[in-house]
Design a protein around this ligand. Structure first.
Ligand SMILES: [Zn+2]
Length: 372
């Protein structure tokens, strides 16, 4: 049964103010309040559907700093990493003339919302109705960052497991390095966890949850893309990929590399690879981080990120962005950049996730379709 969140928010704030609390206790307290998971059914759970339109749902409570490290993956993967690797590689930022289109676009303008999950909203959001069929899918694509009545949530116990597993995955990434991590195989991840004490082996419940995230029918979440990688233990064939200088990312040789080179020829070095080949592990990390940021709402996470096994990044697609635009390359702000406008004038590219896509994923003008 859904409960109003107002009191939970108050309790959360109170907990947050309790600076003397130990971090673990604090996390436990936040989780224990039930501010995150809303049901106890297995597998996963839905919001109560019995109240229909009477249900009001407040914005997700602001996450406590204790969870901040969980989000490092998201920030470093698609933002800071690009920033770090490109800052020295590209002279564009420093050479752009003040007032030029390039300089103007390089200054990140406040965009609403750049990171919607950390946004605080005072007024309750109406819980969207969930009509069936194409209209519902398109509505969810438009309002990908909202909560719908038929969204699937993790329980509070599962959510705690999710956080623990994600932190472990992040430690593996820190250990092997961001570049290597992009193409790291699942078994290798388990081996690192087992062999490196600072990472620690994956617990049974962590493995069981990851297993379900890979094997459960993603269409139940509202994600309708096909499963392009069917084995969790799939390995990216190293001889078939190439690391793209200054990006930390890989591309498949052949069509993907050719397309990327053509884009760089036509648009110039303002365009950069922001995410290339992703192993199953990498997709796990991104999806799980999004699920954590979405308060355990797997459906909401799947409107922004394909569940593991379902990403075309695994078999050829890649993302491009504008040099210096950092994390904004993965937001609606990208559509306003010169790079995106020039991309859209090219007749040889395809966008995987259009405004009316069949997958149930938000509009992503940065995601280049390579595989048909
Ligand atoms: Zn993408």
């Amino acid at each position: 049964m859904l409960r109003p969140h107002t009191s939970l928010d108050a309790k959360s704030s109170e907990a947050i103010r309790g600076a003397k609390l130990k971090r673990r206790d604090l996390l436990k307290k936040i989780l224990g309040l039930g501010a995150i998971a809303l049901g106890t059914h297995l597998p996963y759970s839905r919001l109560s559907e019995s109240d229909n339109s009477a249900i009001q749902f407040t914005a997700e409570p602001e996450l406590h700093p204790a969870l901040a490290e969980v989000f490092e993956a998201l920030m470093t993967d698609e933002g800071a990493q690009t920033l770090a690797t490109l800052a020295s590689a590209s002279p564009i930022l420093s050479e752009a003339e003040p007032g030029s289109e390039s300089a103007a676009a390089e200054t990140p303008k406040p965009v609403t919302p750049v990171q919607p999950e950390s946004e605080t909203v005072d007024d309750p959001l109406p819980l969207a109705s969930a009509p069936d069929g194409e209209d519902a899918r398109l509505e969810k694509i438009r309002r990908f960052n909202e909560v719908f009545t038929d969204d699937i949530f993790l329980t509070s116990g599962e959510y705690a497991t999710l956080i623990a597993a994600l932190k472990r995955i992040n430690r593996v990434q820190a250990y092997v390095g961001h570049g290597n991590f992009n193409i790291l195989a699942f078994d290798d991840m388990l081996n690192y966890a087992r062999g490196v004490p600072e990472i620690g082996r994956f617990r049974q419940d962590e493995k069981a949850l990851m297993d379900r995230l890979f094997h459960d029918d993603a269409s139940q979440l509202g994600f309708f893309g096909k499963k392009v990688i069917v084995r969790m233990t799939h390995r990216v064939p190293k001889r078939e990929v190439i690391k793209v200088p200054y990006t930390g990312h890989y591309l498949y040789k052949g069509d993907a590399l050719k397309l990327y080179e053509r884009l760089r020829d036509d648009i110039g070095d303002r365009l950069i690879l922001t995410s290339g080949v992703r192993s199953v592990v990498k997709q796990y990390q991104l999806f799980m981080a999004k699920a954590v940021a979405s308060a355990g709402n797997l459906s909401k996470a799947s409107r922004s990120l394909a569940p593991p096994g379902h990403s075309y990044h695994g078999i050829g697609d890649f993302d491009v962005g504008k040099v210096g635009f950092h994390i904004n390359n993965f937001t609606a702000a990208f559509a306003q950049t010169d790079v995106c406008r020039e991309l859209q004038r090219l007749d040889y590219i395809g966008i995987r996730y259009t405004t009316r896509n069949k997958y149930g994923v938000r509009y992503e003008p940065w995601h280049m379709r390579v595989v048909l």
